[in-house]
Design a protein around this ligand. Sequence first.
Ligand code: DAK
Length: 258
Amino acid sequence: MENIIIDTDERIRYITINRPEQLNALNVETIAELSEAFQLSDEDQDIRAIILTGSGEKAFIAGADIKEFADFTIGQGKELSARGHETLFNLVANLQTPVIAAINGYALGGGLELAMSCHIRIASDRAKLGLPEVSLGVIPGYGGTQRLAELVGKGRAMEIILTAGMISAEEAHQMGLVNHVTFPSGLMSRAEEIARQICKNSPRAIGLAIKAVNAGLMNKSRGYQKEIEAFGEAFGTEDFKEGTSAFLEKRKAAFTGN
Ligand code: DAK
C-alpha cells in the first residue's frame, strides 16, 4: 500500500490516507487501496472497529484528485462514478464492522462523501467541510447528493451543495453532519473511546443493526442512479473544462453555462 497506512491496536484497525502534500486527495490508486484495506479489515474476525483519518495536520481528504479527473469524458465519468460507489463508498457504508471517520482537517468533495459513508463522524474543531463540486463544473458523484440530504435534511444539503461553500466543524455538529467536535489533540482519543465501547458489543448484532439501518436507504437507489448519470453528463460541459482548468491554473473560473 503506497498511499495509505494501516495499523492495528487491540481490536481497532486504523486506516490513514497518506498523501499530505496533496492534502490526501483521492486518486484512483488510493481508492483501490482503501477498498482493499476495508474489505480485508471486514473479513478479519479480530477487528471490531475501524478508524479512518488523514495524515498531516491540514486535511482529512481535500476531495478527489482534480489533476486526475480533469480530462475524463462523459462515459468515463459515469463509469468511474458507478465503480467508485460500488468499490468504496457503498462498500464502507455496508461494512459489518463500524467505521469512524476522524476528520482532522479539510473534508471536501469526495473526502466528505467518504466521511459520510462512514457510520460515525468526529471532527477536530479545525476541520472544514464542504462539497465544492459545482465550483468545478461537476456535481458530487460519490453519493454526496443522497447522503448529505439524508444526514442534514434537504434545505441544508441544497445550500451546502449549491453554494459550494465550506462549513466549520461546529456548524456541521449543529446540523448533525458530525457526531462530536473535539480539540485537535483530542480527536483520536475520542474516536478510540467510541471504538472501544463498540468493541464490547456483539459483532453479529452490530452487523445486523448496520444492515437494518441501511435497509431504509434501499428505496433511494434511484437517487444514487440519477446522481451517477448527472455526474457523467457534467463531464461533457464547457463549464467542467473551465472549472477544473481554473483550479489547476490557480485562477478564478469564468463559467458560461455551456
Ligand atoms: N486534487 C488535487 N490536488 C489537490 C487537491 C485536490 N482535490 N486539493 C489540494 N490539492 C493540492 C494543491 O493543488 C496543492 O498542490 P501544489 O500546488 O502544492 O502542487 C496542494 O494540494 C496544497 O493545496 P493548496 O496550496 O491549495 O492549499 P491551501 O491551504 O491554499 O488550500 C484548500 C486548501 C483545501 C482550500 C484547496 O487546496 C482547495 O480548494 N482544494 C480543492 C478542493 C476541491 O475542490 N476538491 C475537489 C472537490 S470535487 C469522480 C467522482 C467524484 C469526484 C470526482 C471524480 N469520478 C467518479 C470520476 C469528486 C470530485 C471532488 O471531490
